[in-house]
Design a protein around this ligand. Structure first.
Ligand code: UDP
Length: 194
């Protein structure tokens, strides 16, 4: 895939529809995939913190989350087709999961927010198969959650730990997983919970 580097961050040159089709193909062919939907906050953080830059560069795909990144790309004469937001990507993945009965794991947010998000997905996407979930307040030194994810073999793992934790968690554990789309989703569980 063609890339465009903006402020040191290598963005995938794609649009929302093509990107989701790509993720679907990677789910079906069981290719493990780390996705970062990079908003301006992530781009700025990566420029301040080289560890975080290295972490997000481990992603298979970094997409432009928001019009600010698309505008910056245009100003820098490296245009990107359109924004590919975390929120829209999660909604598209949930639709795909509902159509194809994909297995989903939710990690992150406060327990009550997580439970509301799970209920919302079960109501609105009844065929999506939520195989497990855990809130985002756990002891980082214990690996039980990663072990659970590895054994459940979800197709999609939504990680809502805020930045930089969500990308750090994925980068730290991805070697132990066989398949699945791993995507940091920021405040999306809060949005789903309403
Ligand atoms: N969060 C979490 N564990 C943490 C920190 C944050 O689960 O240690 C969750 C938080 O409850 C919220 C989500 O991550 O659901 C996004 O948090 P925040 O808005 O602070 O992060 P940002 O959107 O700025 O990345």
């Amino acid at each position: 895939h063609k890339q465009v580097t903006i402020l040191g961050v290598p963005f995938t040159h794609t649009n929302q529809n093509d990107f989701v089709q790509l993720l679907k193909q990677r789910i079906e062919s069981e290719q493990k995939t780390f996705v970062v939907t990079a908003n301006p906050e992530i781009v700025m953080k990566a420029n301040e913190d080289s560890n975080y830059m290295d972490t997000i560069k481990q992603a298979n795909y970094i997409v432009a989350d928001g019009i600010g990144v698309v505008k910056a790309a245009k100003i820098l004469n490296q245009p990107l087709p359109e924004r590919v937001t975390g929120y829209d990507t999660v909604m598209d993945l949930l639709n795909l999961a509902n159509e194809h009965r994909y297995r989903i794991y939710l990690l992150g947010a406060k327990q009550e927010v997580l439970e509301k998000a799970v209920n919302k997905i079960n109501t609105n996407y009844p065929n999506a198969n939520i195989v497990g979930s855990h809130n985002g307040y756990f002891d980082w030194n214990h690996n039980q959650i990663a072990e659970e994810v590895a054994s459940l073999q979800p197709d999609i793992v939504l990680v809502a730990l805020g930045l930089p934790r969500q990308e750090q968690w994925i980068a730290q554990h991805i070697a132990n997983f066989n398949k699945g789309i791993f995507i940091g989703v920021g405040g999306v569980f809060d949005a789903l919970a309403g």
